[in-house]
Design a protein around this ligand. Sequence first.
Ligand SMILES: Cc1cc2nc3c(=O)[nH]c(=O)nc-3n(C[C@H](O)[C@H](O)[C@H](O)COP(=O)(O)O)c2cc1C
Length: 295
Amino acid sequence: MLTLKTEDLSAVQLQDYLQYAIAPRPICFASTIDHDGNINLSPFSFFNMFSTKPPICVFSPARRVRDNTTKHTLENVLQVKECVINIVNYDMVQQMSLTSTEYVKGINEFEKAGFTMLKSDLVKPPRVAEAPVQFECVVNQVIPLGDQHGAGNLILAEVKLIHINEDILNSEGKIDQHKIDLVARLGGDWYCRVTEDNLFKVAKPLAKLGIGVDALPKSVRLSKVLTGNDLGMLGNVEHLPGDDDVDLIALKPEVKEVLDATIGDATNRERELHELAKSLLKQGNIEFALKVVLL
Ligand SMILES: Cc1cc2nc3c(=O)[nH]c(=O)nc-3n(C[C@H](O)[C@H](O)[C@H](O)COP(=O)(O)O)c2cc1C
């Protein structure tokens, strides 16, 4: 492995390694206003939610790596402690990128990028009408992380109002992960889009206590066929099945076929049973797969 001491790296190198690896990052499309009423709109991918109640999001306009100057967004929230965090979908991505141009102070990036200003209900900065979700926030705290080139400034924004375009809701009134069409920032110029073909679910293990991978027999843990993901699914069951249940599985036609074809050939039997278990796991049939690997 390449191991790097951060103190030996320049700000540009650090930015590169960190941003390519810590990705994808959600995008906070922040609208802010200064005390003269000048409106600003800029994207920030150093962003996430950090608390549900109170609902707190944090984003970070950093000091410019190039010349150590500060960003208008930071200057604005220090003057007027409010912002709107707009969520960016795929249809907005090119215009959003345009707003990150370093226009001089006082230039309204809504106009430059062709976005529609929508009056907020509680705060002074306007919302981006095109954004599928808009969070009206008050800024509770601004925490500078340093005074050097590239130093971040954490803006702790408490969400007070949430506006959601009804087109992205499902029949239960919740946000449909398929419909929101999110984009996220990666390293350099890379972005990704959350589409049907790259969405998948992993059931939360909170509801039950999984036995753990360490409870599986060594031959399963060291399998050349089963991957870490396969072992993670097997380790998430609540109990190892009893011997009788495992024996019964030998009567299933697909299992019997493997057993009959590998009589006296222990190595191939294990490999083929693990392959069968792997395909059962792919179909979500975890209990069956576990019995197969325990045979
Ligand atoms: C998708 C995207 C994400 C960005 N994320 C950040 C970020 O997290 N922090 C930052 O300082 N700059 C970030 N930038 C750059 C700022 O948007 C850019 O410096 C912008 O001009 C700042 O505008 P302002 O001076 O009007 O606040 C990002 C740019 C893009 C396109």
